[in-house]
Design a protein around this ligand. Structure first.
Ligand code: BG6
Length: 480
C-alpha cells in the first residue's frame, strides 16, 4: 500500500477536548452544587456502567497540573473544557460566584497557558444546575435564559483576558432530545413540545450571549464566540425522492434547528411550519427573532463521531404515539459499513469532507473547528503490550483517516477549519457508559488510583505535531 505524507495546513492546531463534569469530580463542590449530569447520576447510579460516574470522574480537579504537563509533553496546542456552571456559581438565583471555583478555574487556565496549551472554554456541557430544573423547569423557562446570561457575564469578566475562544453550549440538543422528549436521560420526560422550548431557549441564549460578548467588548484582542453542534451529517439510503426527503427531515430536526438560527440568524421556515402542524411551536416573540437575526456566532464547533443514515418510513406513524421527529424518517444502517462495535457507531471519515462542503455552501464558510472526534473502545486494556502500554493502532488509523479528509477539504475546497480536537485527552466518564468505552490519548487506570499512562496514539500525536504531519495511505491507492 502506498503511503504519503499529509502535511498539517499552516496555522492549523491540534488539541484535545473534555468537559468539566466528565473530568473534574465533585471535590470542592458544596452539597447544593448539583449539575444536570450529577443529578442524572444520582437518580440511578446503578444504571451507570460498573457504578462509575461524575463523583470522582478522572479527578482532574485535583490532578490538573499533572494532566496539563502531560498535554504539554504531547505537544498539544489547545484544550477545550467547560466551566461547570453548578460549581462556578454558588447562589443560582442571585448569580454569586464561588470563590473556590473562581480560584480553581483561574489556576487551571493559567496552568494551560504556562504550558503552551490554549484554553478554549464552553459555558455549558450539560452542567445546568439541577436547582434551576427543579425550581423553574430548566431550559423550558425564560428565567433560566436570563440567569445563564448573568452567569456567562461573570465567566467573561473572570477569564476573557486569557480565554479567547468561547462556546455557549456543547451539543445543545442532546439533553432536550434524550431527556425531555425521549425519557432516556434525566429528567426522563416524554414531551417533544417541551424539548422544542428547551432548544429554542438555548438558541436565544446563544444570541443574547453573543450580543453581550460584543457589546461589552469581550471580543477585543481577538475574542470569538460560537456554539458546538454534534453535526449529524445525514445520508439518504438511496437517491429516491422519498429517501432524500427523509434525510432532509432528519437533518432539519438534528442540525438545522441550531445551525440555521445561530449562523444564518433564522430558523428554517419548514421547521416552524412542521412544528406548527404538530402543535409543537415554542413560545417566542418577534423581538427574540430579531435578536437571533442580529447576533450570529463567530465560530462553529463541530463534534463528529460517525454519520447518520436515513430512509423513508417503512410503516405509517401511529398517531397514538407522542409526536417525535422520527414521524418523518427511519434510521438506516448501511450494510457493509465500517463500525466501531464498542459504541455501535459507523466510522466514515469522508464525512469530514462533506461537512466542510456543507459549511462552505450553506453556512457562509464560517470559521469552524473540530471540537470532538474519536473512538471509544471497550476493554481497551486487552490491547496492552508486554510493557503495559495500550497499542491503539485503530485510534491512530481513525484519526489519520479523518484528518486527511479534513486537510483535503482545506486544500481543495478552501474549507475554513482551523483546528482538530480529539475526544478526549484522557479516558473519561460518559453518560451511563461511564468508563466503559475508553477515548483518551492517555489511559486512566481505575485499578491503580487512576494513574495516567500515555497510549501509543499519544506518542503518535506528539510526533505528528512535531513533524508537521503524518504518513497514511494515499487516496489514489483507494480508488484503484
Ligand atoms: C459527545 C459529548 O456526544 O460525545 C461527550 O459531547 C461524550 O460528552 C462524547 O462523552 C462521546 O459519547 P459517549 O457517550 O461514548 O461518551
Amino acid at each position: 500500500m502506498k503511503k504519503i505524507f499529509y502535511e498539517i495546513p499552516e496555522g492549523f492546531k491540534i488539541g484535545a477536548s473534555s468537559s468539566a463534569w466528565q473530568s473534574e469530580g465533585w471535590k470542592g463542590k458544596k452539597e447544593n452544587q448539583v449539575s444536570w449530569a450529577d443529578a442524572f447520576y444520582k437518580s440511578a447510579p446503578s444504571k451507570w456502567y460498573e457504578g462509575y460516574g461524575p463523583t470522582i470522574a478522572t479527578d482532574f480537579y485535583s490532578r490538573y497540573k499533572e494532566d496539563i504537563k502531560l498535554m504539554n509533553s504531547l505537544n498539544l496546542q489547545s484544550y477545550r473544557t467547560s466551566i461547570d456552571w453548578s460549581r462556578f456559581i454558588e447562589d443560582y438565583d442571585n448569580v454569586i460566584v464561588s470563590e473556590d471555583a473562581l480560584n480553581y478555574y483561574n489556576d487551571m487556565i493559567n496552568e494551560l497557558i504556562a504550558n503552551n496549551v490554549q484554553p478554549i472554554i464552553c459555558l455549558e456541557h450539560w452542567e445546568l444546575p439541577d436547582y434551576l430544573i427543579q425550581k423553574y423547569g430548566g431550559w423550558g423557562s425564560r428565567k433560566v435564559v436570563d440567569l445563564y446570561l448573568r452567569y456567562a457575564e461573570k465567566a467573561f469578566q473572570a477569564f476573557s483576558d486569557r480565554v479567547k475562544i468561547w462556546f455557549t453550549f456543547n451539543e445543545p440538543g442532546v439533553v432536550p432530545n434524550l431527556g425531555i422528549a425521549e425519557a432516556i436521560w434525566y429528567p426522563h420526560k416524554v414531551n417533544f413540545k417541551e424539548s422544542v422550548q428547551w432548544n429554542y431557549h438555548k438558541v436565544l441564549a446563544t444570541a443574547l450571549t453573543v450580543k453581550l460578548f460584543k457589546e461589552k467588548g469581550y471580543n477585543k484582542d481577538g475574542g470569538k464566540i460560537g456554539i458546538i453542534q454534534n453535526v449529524a451529517q445525514v445520508y439518504p439510503r438511496s437517491n429516491s425522492e422519498e429517501d432524500i426527503k427523509a434525510a432532509h427531515m432528519a437533518e432539519l430536526f438534528a442540525d438545522k434547528t441550531y445551525l440555521d438560527p445561530c449562523i444564518k440568524g433564522e430558523f428554517p421556515s419548514l421547521l416552524f411550519e412542521t412544528l406548527e402542524k404538530h402543535n409543537c411551536l415554542p413560545n417566542y416573540t418577534d423581538e427574540d427573532l430579531e435578536i437571533i437575526r442580529n447576533n450570529t456566532v463567530d465560530i462553529l464547533g463541530v463534534n463528529f463521531y460517525g454519520p447518520n443514515r436515513a430512509k423513508a418510513k417503512a410503516t405509517k406513524w401511529n398517531d397514538e404515539n407522542p409526536f417525535n421527529p422520527s414521524y418523518y424518517f427511519d434510521s438506516w444502517s448501511m450494510p457493509g459499513a465500517t463500525m466501531n462495535h464498542s459504541r455501535g457507531w459507523e466510522i466514515y471519515a469522508k464525512a469530514f469532507y462533506d461537512i466542510a462542503i456543507n459549511i462552505k455552501n450553506n453556512y457562509r464558510n464560517i470559521e469552524w473547528m473540530i471540537m470532538e472526534n474519536g473512538m471509544g473502545v471497550h476493554d481497551e486494556y486487552k490491547h496492552k503490550d508486554l510493557k503495559g502500554q495500550i497499542q491503539d493502532d485503530y485510534r491512530i488509523d481513525y484519526i489519520s483517516d479523518h484528518l486527511r479528509w479534513l486537510f483535503k477539504a482545506i486544500k481543495d475546497e478552501n474549507a475554513n477549519c482551523t483546528a482538530y480536537h480529539m475526544w478526549n485527552f484522557t479516558d473519561n466518564v460518559s453518560p451511563m457508559n461511564a468508563f466503559r468505552n475508553r477515548y483518551g490519548f492517555v489511559e486512566i487506570d481505575l485499578s491503580n488510583n487512576r494513574s495516567r499512562r500515555v497510549k501509543k496514539s499519544g506518542e503518535w500525536i506528539k510526533k505528528v505535531i512535531d513533524r508537521g504531519g503524518f504518513e497514511y495511505k494515499s487516496f489514489e491507492d483507494e480508488l484503484k
